[in-house]
Design a protein around this ligand. Structure first.
Ligand code: SF4
Ligand code: SF4
Length: 274
């Protein structure tokens, strides 16, 4: 599965589709019914970034990552958690009964404990539907914005094979090194933004002003939009950058900025030269 954060609008349809499919429904031998409340199998993390007046909200759907090197599988002593040849990781609802310790085996924290059924549970990629010939899980079918893409990586012609060749694929928690089968695009990082004004034209928005961001790794250039705003997003945290704003006939301005947090530089007024 690929999850494109740029396309996710936080509608929670994926979350609801998962509830609709699994709450009150057993699918032996793959899963026991999901409770109506408690930890969802399709989690949703809301990430608020920046400070007023520049605030961004991103939504990060978080299902089981179906890791290729899964600690939950390693923790199992009797096949209660297993990885199928197609890569889907499942928790056997019978064999795992009473095994609460499985919940803590997942560093991504996506395994829920079902108190009523006395079993650990998580996303199954709707394997009971795939077995019936479905091409994708309910969450993917329900997503209105195309933020979720599902498919067979062993098929070189599949859309998922094409998408995952892109260099902007990311893992949710790369430090865990678990070879996840869920990849992300555009996970939220740091941004630097600001608004440019021209001292002699403060009634009008300063559109088309060149702004450069640079550090030892290289530089990026953008121009202010029709409101005079600029933004560099997707920046690594805790890096130091120089922002340079130049416009013909005006004295340039530059700032040193550290992305310890997101940074809104506010109004930057360029003064006329001479
Ligand atoms: S995300 Fe957690 S539950 Fe899912 S396969 Fe990886 S370790 Fe297991
Ligand atoms: S259904 Fe799609 S757009 Fe809606 S929250 Fe889920 S991933 Fe995001």
């Amino acid at each position: 599965m690929v999850i494109d954060i740029d396309k996710c609008n936080g509608c929670y349809n994926c979350f609801l589709a998962c509830k609709d499919e699994f709450a009150g429904n057993d699918y032996p031998p793959f899963s026991a019914q999901q409770p109506n409340d408690g930890k969802p199998w399709m989690g949703m993390t809301e990430k608020e970034r920046g400070t007023c007046p520049k605030i961004k909200v991103d939504y990060v759907p978080v299902p089981c990552q179906h890791c290729g090197d899964a600690p939950c599988v390693k923790k199992a002593v009797n096949g209660e958690v297993y990885r199928r040849p197609d890569g889907i990781v499942l928790i056997d609802p019978e064999k795992s009964e009473g095994k609460r310790e499985i919940v803590n085996s997942c560093p991504h924290r996506v395994i829920a404990w079902n108190e009523e059924k006395n079993v650990p549970q998580k996303c199954t990629f709707c394997v009971h539907l795939l077995e019936q010939g479905w091409k994708e899980p309910r969450c993917v079918e329900a997503c209105p914005s195309g933020a979720l893409v599902f498919g067979d990586l062993d098929d070189p012609k599949s859309e998922i094979s094409r998408i995952t060749k892109s260099p902007d694929m990311e893992e949710l928690n790369p430090g865990y090194t678990l070879k996840p089968n869920v990849l992300y695009r555009k996970l939220p990082k740091r941004f630097i933004s600001g608004e440019v004004l021209l001292t002699d034209q403060q009634e009008a928005c300063a559109e088309g002003i060149k702004v450069t961001l640079k550090n030892e790794a290289g530089e990026q250039v953008c121009t202010t939009d029709f409101l005079g705003d600029f933004e560099f997003d997707g920046l690594a945290p805790n890096q130091t950058y120089q922002i340079v704003i130049k416009h013909k006939g005006y004295a340039p301005q530059s700032f040193e900025v550290k992305t310890a947090t997101d940074v809104e530089l506010g109004e930057i007024v360029l003064k006329t030269m001479g």
